[in-house]
Design a protein around this ligand. Sequence first.
Ligand code: NAD
Ligand code: ZN
Length: 378
Amino acid sequence: MATAGKVIKCKAAVAWEPNKPVVIEEIEVAPPQANEVRIKIVATSVCHTDLYHLFESMHKDGFPTVLGHEGAGIVESVGPGVTEFQPGDKVIPLFLSQCKECHLCKNPRTNQCEVAWTRINQAIMAGVESRFTCKGKRVLQFMGTSTFSEYTVINQMAVAKIDPAAPLDKVCLLGCGICTGYGAAVNTAKVEPGSTCAVFGLGAVGLAAVMGCKAAGAKRIIAVDVNPDKFEKAKVFGATDFVNPKDHDKPIHEVLTKMTNGGVDYSLECVGNVQVMRSALESSAQGWGVSVIVGWTDLHDIVIRPAHLISGRTWKGSMFGGFKSKDGVSKMVKDYLDKKLKVDEFISQNMTLDQANDAIELMKNCKCIRAVMSVSPP
Ligand code: NAD
Ligand code: ZN
């Protein structure tokens, strides 16, 4: 490889400041250090968590940064000590690592990895280290991944090797949203055949949760969103009932409790709004209902009545759908290639990295499910 061991100058969408458009800049990407992999990003998409950082949490120490954590690419070069990857391998960057050695990785009950939280500063949602500079300034790597760049450098414990047959402009979506929602239903809620489910929020995460409920054999899947344009897509993934909270003057948990004669067996919050998290919990059945928080926010606390839990509900949270990240993503790519999993149906627009601000605006205005941007030629 002509570029191995050298700094690569390439294009990236840099977020210099919160709440401002990103700027397409030339950045320098340093060669990979020990245990790191430099990846040519071929395709990436925008997830609501990118918007959360840019427009909602707006932590000033989290900038300048290169956003993007849902991408796929090809290994360009590897640093010392890397044995698992070779130049040319198709890979998906992971915002949650799987070191396979810590006490969490060794425990089958969780997908958390101790190393992840030493590598990523959760307050600023960025890697502690960065291999990026631009105009003489250090630029942070959002979630350790930064896929809105032609090249990025990631520790090998946060990279999944995938089937060489996988189309990168499709499977990039498995880097976050689809695995998150699908796994929240299948792995975290552990939806059972014949059950009734409710999914709040029908972005890619919620639609993937609908798909997970259906795959697990749910008999009734109630799709809840304030934007009725989302219902048609939800039907494609298996939703059976559609509820727009704006059509009702009663609290939505009362509507769902009435519709289901006592509440749903499983509810999944895929919005990132603490009021909706409470509604989802209260919509689950007294006695056995399970409610899972998937939407992300670190800005507000939630208020609930203890009686809602004491009366037999279980409240859980799910990160990256409970999948051990490296193993889970490789397997989900395989399932897609084996036609066991829908992915193409989530893509609402195809764009290029130069249109990053348009893709971000589409997401902000709720006009897309996933806009996939082509970044580098494959
Ligand atoms: P999105 O913006 O595409 O979708 C959110 C949906 O929620 C939209 O369709 C919107 O209309 C709907 N909505 C908004 N307010 C609502 C309300 N009051 N009631 C019902 N629906 C409402 O977002 P996305 O990319 O699908 O992500 C969803 C959430 O999941 C975000 O909070 C994101 O940060 C989070 N997320 C979490 C993880 C994780 O590991 N837990 C991973 C990825 C994303
Ligand atoms: Zn995401």
